[in-house]
Design a protein around this ligand. Structure first.
Ligand SMILES: CC(C)(COP(=O)(O)OP(=O)(O)OC[C@H]1O[C@@H](n2cnc3c(N)ncnc32)[C@H](O)[C@@H]1OP(=O)(O)O)[C@@H](O)C(=O)NCCC(=O)NCCS
Length: 211
């Protein structure tokens, strides 16, 4: 019965977002997929409540490279890249801004998190050209399965599987699997599971400082 109701809600949501899908297809032909996605994403980000969650999921399941079962993309979330992938049961909290990101299943992202494509979107070497005109690099960022990212973190590099990124952390370098990182710049303060071959023991952050 529950599954039937969910199927009905998802189908209804798909029907409701069909005008957005038509607009997206036209805009994608004219501007390219990512600019088109960014525009519709801004509109859909304004829809509140559970209805908004269902409508956004229906839209993104048709437009993103992957948008998994049970994924929740909350109010105010802006997605800017059509190559973004979002595995099953991914939760993205309110007001996040995401670039070209691959999120594996069960990723949990708090509110106001920014995930940028690296940290050199613009060149800064030349002084005879404004920064906005200098080409940079936009590497795709991946977030491994079962990783939890706290509120207001800024992620500029890959984060492994089963990691914890503390609230307000700024991740500038890749984070290995199972690591717990906090701070600016983010640094490892504990492990959910010790790395293979290391003498480290898995320790909750609260006891990491006692070692
Ligand atoms: C990273 C986190 C999971 C660690 O929790 P914990 O293991 O219970 O750690 P504690 O609270 O015992 O803190 C241990 C130490 O780390 C510090 N610390 C904890 N979180 C920190 C953070 N985000 N940034 C900087 N330092 C942090 C504490 O101040 C403490 O330092 P001290 O030993 O010098 O006193 C948690 O603090 C966190 O940031 N959670 C995210 C919460 C959030 O954003 N929720 C909303 C989204 S779902």
């Amino acid at each position: 019965m529950r599954n039937a109701l969910k199927f009905l809600a998802n189908s209804l949501a798909l029907l409701c977002v069909s005008p957005c899908l038509v607009c997206y297809c036209i805009a994608a032909l004219l501007q390219g997929k990512s600019p088109a996605l960014a525009g519709v994403s801004q509109l859909l980000s304004l829809l509140p409540g559970t209805t908004g969650v269902y409508l956004r999921r229906a839209f993104y399941r048709c437009t993103l490279a992957e948008c998994g079962e049970g994924s929740v993309i909350s109010f105010g979330v802006l997605l800017t890249h059509a190559n973004t992938t979002c595995g099953d049961m991914v939760y993205i909290g309110p007001y996040c801004v995401l670039g070209d990101v691959g999120m594996e299943r069960d990723v949990l992202i708090g509110s106001h998190v920014s995930i940028t494509n690296g940290n050199r979107q613009h060149g800064i070497e030349r002084l005879d050209l404004p920064v906005r005109e200098q080409l940079g690099q936009w590497p795709r960022v991946t977030i491994g399965c079962d990783t939890w990212i706290g509120d207001r973190a800024v992620i500029m590099a890959n984060v492994g599987q089963h990691c914890v990124v503390g609230a307000g952390a700024v991740v500038t370098k890749p984070v290995p699997d199972f690591a717990i990182v906090v701070g600016v710049p983010a640094h490892i303060v504990g492990w959910r599971k010790a790395p293979a071959g290391s003498e480290q023991t898995a320790a909750p952050l609260s006891s990491a400082g006692e070692k």
